[in-house]
Write a protein that binds this ligand. Structure first.
Ligand SMILES: [Zn+2]
Ligand SMILES: [Zn+2]
Length: 326
């Protein structure tokens, strides 16, 4: 990979931005302002255990599944588990807590049966997120196979509205984050416009914002790799979703080429995206409020920690220069 020397001076955080629990900056020996970096972790042993594991690997945010992502049935989160999670997060300054919705949920399915099941399951996801005090619940907008995109969009909005109706989210920081997808046929959310449209449809019914995934963005066809391409992509995000609305970036390198629509995640710096785009993203002042979370493969023990370290290292100027991969 060709190296481009990084001559940029780190920008101060936007002083106008309201600080909230999830983006407190604390000084850190190697990162300056404490950017929120984490990884998707298993909740074996409970959610509080995942929070502790995140802290051990120098992550300060994390993503989890709140139930098995491949089963319709889900058990409830006990009050005790929720309390333990809150206590661990407060003690270790871990946040935001991000939950990824089950893969089975398809809120714009043309099948009434699947859609009703999806609405019920998504309502369960929201209930568990609220019990746990999670800030964000990430949702793939789904597949509208058999319908037009417009019908799919309207169905997705209606289903999400139905799922959250009457639940007590108002006094909480909770937001549903619509994630952009790899752009496969019939999948809703393959462009920033589609994510923005869904957010716009839901604005008055539910707390919604966006999650962007670097791998999905790349394989959907956006250029995030070249410097000028990134500038253009950034302008497109600003014009459609709005950078402020992007609360989480899923940081995944891509096994596949730009525009391939193939969603295969790779370790940070080892795929078609490479390290430089991640360095630019992490240092982009317009995303200083966002959390950066890897959903990279776990091929060997320690892979989660390794990817967190790589991302953390990209923020550190001296570390970046020492790192042979950068
Ligand atoms: Zn993702
Ligand atoms: Zn993906």
């Amino acid at each position: 990979m060709r190296k481009t020397p990084d001559t940029r001076i780190p920008m101060p955080k936007n002083p106008d931005r309201k600080s909230s629990v999830q983006n407190i900056s604390v000084t850190h020996p190697h990162a300056g302002p404490r950017t929120r970096i984490g990884v998707h972790l298993s909740t074996t042993g409970g959610v509080a255990n995942a929070v502790r594991r995140a802290a051990e690997m120098d992550a300060n945010t994390l993503q989890i599944f709140s139930a098995s992502p491949r089963m319709w049935r889900a058990s409830k989160i006990s009050a005790e588990q929720a309390e333990k999670t809150r206590a661990a997060r407060a003690e270790l300054d871990i946040g935001p807590l991000v939950i990824h919705t089950s893969y089975l949920v398809n809120v714009c399915s043309q099948s009434d049966e699947i859609r009703e099941k999806s609405i019920a399951a998504f309502r369960g996801e929201i209930e568990r997120a609220l019990t746990l005090g999670a800030e964000y619940l990430v949702l793939h907008p789904g597949s509208y196979r058999g319908m037009t995109r417009k019908q799919g969009l309207e169905l997705a909005a209606k289903s999400i509205q139905k799922a959250i109706e009457g639940l007590p989210w108002q006094q909480t920081p909770f937001h549903i984050l619509i994630e952009n997808t790899a752009g496969a046929e019939y999948s809703l959310g393959g462009s920033f416009e589609q994510v923005a449209e869904l957010i716009e449809h839901l604005r008055s019914y539910a707390p919604v914002a966006a999650c962007l995934d670097t791998c999905h963005t790349h394989v959907a066809g956006y250029d995030i790799v070249s410097e000028s391409g990134w500038a253009d992509t950034l302008a497109q995000i600003e014009r459609t979703i709005g950078c402020e609305k992007v609360r989480v970036w899923h940081c995944n390198d891509a096994k596949a080429e730009r525009g391939s629509k193939l969603d295969r995640h790779e370790h940070i710096g080892e795929g078609k995206i490479g390290l430089d785009p991640f360095r630019r993203l992490l240092r982009e002042p317009r995303f200083s409020h966002a959390a950066f979370i890897a959903e990279t493969p776990v091929d060997a023990p320690g892979d989660e920690e390794r990817n967190v370290l790589t991302l953390r290292g990209l923020l550190d100027r001296s570390f970046s220069r020492m790192n042979p991969h950068s």
